[in-house]
Design a protein around this ligand. Structure first.
Ligand code: GDP
Length: 295
């Protein structure tokens, strides 16, 4: 496992250390680790803080006397990645016999509408009765997109004419409709924009205050790296997120966004999107992501 980073680190440590490793050799070798994290798209500040913490641990351990110091350091890096991206948390706070509300938010194009469908499909398979709500009145095609998705997975979609309504009203009306139809999960597909702005946040906070969702989940595109981190911070400050769903991990992205987003928000990454199809949603596992980041 992790042959390439171990080799890199081994080269770095080997070339600087004649005989015995020193603390400063380790600090230099940690530069290789930081480079590997940056190549995996981890945010710079997050990578820096991470390697500092690992350096302290590595120096404190028996790495200096180890026969294979590079492997030992990579082991510490791996464990630290797993622990920072954990603990495992796939809960969605769904109650039976009562209506739970899940508010989905994210930047336009992140995969929010698709992920609403994926989540509804998964919950339905688990025996729940979900309803989707087209609360994105900004993007005209979003309502139609959600209706098509609902049709595909056999889940009802609540929607109103965008010109004649507003997002809060749509959500409030949807809640009544869901109760009338004995649904136990309401999934709100809220508006996204290309960039976070005050108007978007105000709209989301209004929906949040009025509906008091049981879960506020951020949908983040893992391929956007730095953008994902910046937007996650803004959304979390405004909405107190309960979790994140990282999308587009089926591409060749190394998944560094998972570490960065968890580090800046502190909220768990619950699921990952691994394809455009509606069954391409998986539970997030920190250990698998740590392996992917280290390559
Ligand atoms: P929204 O603007 O955030 O609602 O984004 P959409 O749900 O419309 O998705 C934007 C694009 O990303 C669409 O082409 C989706 O099919 C695609 N998409 C969403 N999730 C994934 C994923 O996990 N993997 C891949 N490859 N594409 C995805």
């Amino acid at each position: 496992m992790f042959e390439s980073i171990t080799r890199n680190l081994g080269d770095a440590l080997g070339s600087i250390a004649r005989g015995r490793l020193t603390e400063s050799n380790i600090r230099d070798g940690m530069g290789k680790v930081r480079q590997a994290l940056l190549e995996a798209d981890v945010n710079y500040d997050v990578a820096k803080a991470f390697t500092q913490r690992v350096t302290e641990q590595a120096v404190g351990e028996k790495v200096l006397k180890a026969l294979r110091p590079a492997e030992q350091i990579v082991g510490i890096v791996y464990q630290e990645l797993v622990s920072l991206m954990g603990p495992v948390d796939h809960s969605l706070a769904i109650r039976r016999g009562e209506l739970s509300v899940i508010m989905m938010c994210g930047l336009q194009g992140a995969g929010k509408t698709t992920t609403c469908g994926k989540l509804a499909r998964m919950l339905k398979e688990q025996g729940n009765k979900p309803m989707l709500v087209a609360a994105d009145l900004q993007r005209p095609a979003a309502i139609e997109q959600l209706r098509v998705i609902g049709e595909q997975i056999g889940v009802p979609v609540y929607w109103e004419e965008a010109a004649r309504s507003n997002p809060v009203q749509v959500c409030v009306n949807a809640r009544k409709e869901a109760r009338a139809h004995d649904c136990n999960v309401l999934i709100l597909d809220t508006a996204g924009r290309l960039h976070v702005d005050d108007a978007l946040m105000k709209e989301l906070m209004e929906v949040d205050n009025k509906l008091m969702p049981d879960q506020a989940l951020l949908v983040c595109d893992a391929m956007t790296g730095q953008d994902a981190v910046n937007s996650a911070k803004v959304f979390n400050d405004a909405l107190e997120l309960d979790g994140v769903i990282l999308t587009k991990l089926d591409g060749d992205t190394r998944g560094g966004a998972a570490l960065s987003v968890k580090a800046v928000t502190g909220v768990p990454i619950k699921f990952i999107g691994v394809g455009e199809q509606l069954d391409r949603l998986e539970k997030f596992h920190p250990d698998r992501m740590a392996q992917r980041i280290l390559g």
